[in-house]
Design a protein around this ligand. Structure first.
Ligand code: BT5
Length: 326
């Protein structure tokens, strides 16, 4: 598996398919400056990626719903943050955007965004898989350097969750919640997940890779073993991922800077408002042990407070699920 950059020819081919009802292979070839055989290869590639394209002997090709591929220029257009030192790396396919930034050998302390159309080995937490089909969702990792050591960064995943949620609110989604520590839910179905990995710690600076998987236009998926949703499923129309990435980067960058300066305390009210678990009877799994209790919220370092009946106990990590009433 290799990291494959987005090819400009593929980008242009998709634009021609979007702009036309039917388009012949000849015409598309002329527009792109490639042979008919090369057009056929591109169409086959898109079909292999799962994109629905009709073929007709006389009429040519037709895409059944529009597809907007990732474009750095479009993302930059809608950024309101300082983007002078912001670096982008966009790929057609790769194993995992988090792995890429974790393994990249050269980088400076400027923030880097890596995003792709398809992840072949998208990662969740604890060895789980993140379903990452071509062209439909956001798979994005953000390399960010904090001038603090990691112990000061407890609660980071909560701040990231709040940023995802606000970006989604920005495009009109309703009934959004965050399930501690890192899942964003819409109408009680998972719409996004966050995976944070620590790249390096030195001289009290910490470099982190913040990975976000956000379902945008996905309407079908066979292998997700929990309730899930996507922006298109909620809104009823496709969403341009470039615009949503800009919104998210605006929220996230502002929040990371605020978190670094003021800590989690300034996010407590927002967390309280978005907390999916507060007041619920849950089961928390931590290091293969199960704990039952009622969620009392979080403390000022982002730990989940669980009232087990005997005591209120803080948990810094774990998997949570709401206990079904019998
Ligand atoms: C997460 O893990 O929710 C973190 C997911 C982070 C993915 C991003 S994509 C960019 C970056 N690069 C990577 O390689 N990863 C990050 P966890 O809490 O372990 O949730 C995983 C569980 O969510 C799975 O076991 C499924 O039940 C469910 N799931 C998998 N794919 C999903 C999807 N696309 N939408 C909703 N739920 C999904």
């Amino acid at each position: 598996m290799k990291n494959k950059p987005i090819s400009n020819t593929l980008l242009q081919a998709v634009k021609h398919l979007n702009a036309n009802d039917w388009i012949s292979g000849d015409h598309m070839g002329q527009q792109l400056g490639i042979s008919r055989a090369a057009v056929w290869k591109l169409i086959t590639l898109l079909k292999n990626y799962g994109i629905k394209i009709d073929s007709h002997k006389a009429k040519g090709y037709r895409m059944t719903s529009p597809l907007y591929l990732l474009e750095e220029e479009k993302i930059r257009e809608a950024l309101t943050i300082n983007q002078e030192n912001l670096h982008f790396e966009l790929f057609e396919s790769m194993p995992s955007t988090n792995d890429y930034l974790m393994q990249k050998s050269t980088f400076d302390s400027n923030p880097t965004v890596c995003a792709c159309e398809l992840q072949e080995m998208g990662k969740g937490r604890l060895g789980r898989t993140w379903q990452s089909p071509f062209g439909q969702n956001i798979y994005l990792s953000y390399l960010w350097t904090f001038q603090q050591d990691f112990s000061a960064l407890m609660g980071l995943s909560l701040v990231v969750g709040i940023s995802v949620l606000k970006a989604l609110e920005g495009i009109g989604l309703k009934d959004l919640k965050i399930k501690w520590p890192n899942d964003v839910y819409c109408h009680a179905k998972k719409i996004a997940g966050v995976l944070i990995e620590i790249r390096a710690e030195s001289n009290s600076a910490t470099r982190v890779v913040i990975g976000t998987g956000l379902n945008v236009n996905m309407l079908e998926a066979e292998e997700i073993n929990q309730n899930w949703t996507s922006c298109q499923a909620e809104l009823g129309n496709p969403v341009d991922r470039n615009e949503l990435i800009s919104l998210y980067l605006n929220e996230l960058t502002t929040s990371l800077a605020k978190f670094e300066k003021e800590g989690l305390t300034v996010f407590m009210d927002e967390w309280d408002q978005f907390d999916f678990l507060k007041g619920q009877q849950i089961v928390l799994e931590n290091q293969k042990q199960l704990y039952h209790g009622q969620v009392m919220g979080i403390n000022e370092s982002g730990a989940l407070l669980l009232n087990t009946g005997e005591t209120v106990r803080p948990f810094n990590a774990g998997d949570t699920s709401i206990q079904k009433r019998s």
